[in-house]
Ligand binder design. Structure first.
Ligand code: NAP
Length: 347
């Protein structure tokens, strides 16, 4: 079968090769595994981390196939799927695999993959406008992360939510879900993406590039009275300054949820934000650094939001062909994608 392989470390251009003689998954399938003919994959910043940061001499990093999100058709199922499973041969499914799977050689930029049935959910047939590329983009990492952030912040009707990085893969779903659940959403993005973020449901949009002091602007706009403050800040772009200054515009009982990891934007701020007591200069606001564990349950929740009209659009920045993975990753690496970048894997 055809699959992309990482043959060295670095950028997509230096490290990726499309191979057409990759061994297809071995049959028969064991346990609750399913064989999926991949229709579309969608790309995530985490794929770039795998390519550039993990040295290729690591035993788990020997010529892996990149890609976490996928949609496709089930071709075969193992002998012990749970009795209540609604997955059958011929089902159209979508979901995301884990980074561990990628480490051991299963990636979604591949014509066929074997995954546990618990990692996927059926693509909702009632959502007529939902193509298989959109299904991969929504029911994969981005949509699942958005759902998890919403659960983690206990989002409910009437809350005021600020979404930083509102035009990105994750942020676009956070905006829609919060708005759909009855929140007032303010999106933070660049001027170029204001129209998109409004169309996703934000009642107000802040262009972060227009203000040298973004927290200062937020304090002026959403500071003062308790009612004017935000209940929740969802940070999908990793801006520590937003948290440090949050007491000026986030309610004392409010929550700050960050998803951007790595040492400088994730681990070090997490340790500082969680552990430093207020008397030693810590910020008196609840802080969560969220790390997704992808699952079919979360994928199913995204499908339910699609069916219920809570998620009304799946913004697709661009769709590339299987041969164009390098160009697709180069677009992702700019950090300027408007929604999801997808790859049509099936020919
Ligand atoms: N913790 C987890 O489990 C988890 C899960 C998924 C993703 N993530 C992380 O979350 C981040 C977002 O992921 P994603 O898939 O949404 O990425 P993405 O789609 O590549 O995000 C691109 C968007 O980010 C916006 N952006 C870039 N710089 C910004 C800034 N300084 N302020 C506000 N917006 C900015 C861009 O909008 P403009 O062009 O308008 O600036 C663009 O629309 C990534 O770092 C990713 O690794 C973490």
């Amino acid at each position: 079968m055809r699959a992309w392989k990482c043959t060295s470390s670095g950028s997509a251009r230096t490290c990726l090769t499309l191979q057409s003689d990759v061994l297809a998954p071995r049959l028969p399938l064991r346990g609750a595994n399913i064989l999926v003919k991949v229709s579309h994959a969608s790309l995530n910043p985490a794929d770039l981390v795998l390519m550039s940061l993990l040295p290729c001499w690591l035993p788990l990093r020997r010529h892996p196939t990149p890609g976490l999100d996928f949609s496709g058709t089930v071709l075969d199922i193992g002998s012990s799927l749970p009795p209540d499973s609604n997955i059958r041969v011929g089902s159209k499914v979508a979901g995301a695999i884990s980074q561990w799977d990628v480490g051991v050689g299963i990636g979604t930029l591949s014509e066929y993959i074997v995954v546990d049935a618990g990692q996927v959910a059926p693509v909702p047939a009632s959502v007529r406008w939902l193509g298989m590329g959109q299904a991969a983009g929504a029911m994969g990492i981005a949509g699942q992360t958005a759902v998890s952030m919403v659960f983690s912040a206990h989002i409910r009707k009437g809350m005021r939510v600020l979404v930083n990085g509102a035009s990105g893969g994750v942020g676009g779903f956070v905006v829609q879900i919060c708005e759909g659940l009855g929140c007032e959403v303010v999106g933070v993005c660049s001027e170029a993406n204001k129209t998109l973020v409004r169309a996703l449901g934000a009642i107000e949009v802040v262009d972060y590039q227009a203000y040298q002091d973004l927290p200062g602007h937020l304090a002026a706009r959403f500071g003062g009275s308790h009612d004017n403050n935000m209940d929740v800040i969802m940070d999908c772009a990793g801006n520590q300054e937003l948290y440090t200054n949050s007491p000026k515009y986030l309610k004392p009982e409010g929550k700050f949820v960050n998803i951007v990891g790595g040492w400088s934007q994730g681990v070090i701020p997490f340790v500082r934000n969680k552990l430093r007591p207020v008397v030693l200069g810590g910020v008196p606001r609840d802080y969560t650094l969220f790390l997704l564990s992808a699952s079919g349950t979360l994928s199913k929740q995204v499908a339910e939001y699609l069916e219920g009209g809570i998620i009304k659009k799946v913004p697709i920045d661009s769709e590339f062909g299987m041969e164009q993975a390098v160009e697709a990753y180069e677009k992702l690496a700019t950090g300027r994608a408007r929604g999801k970048i997808t790859l049509k894997v099936a020919s």
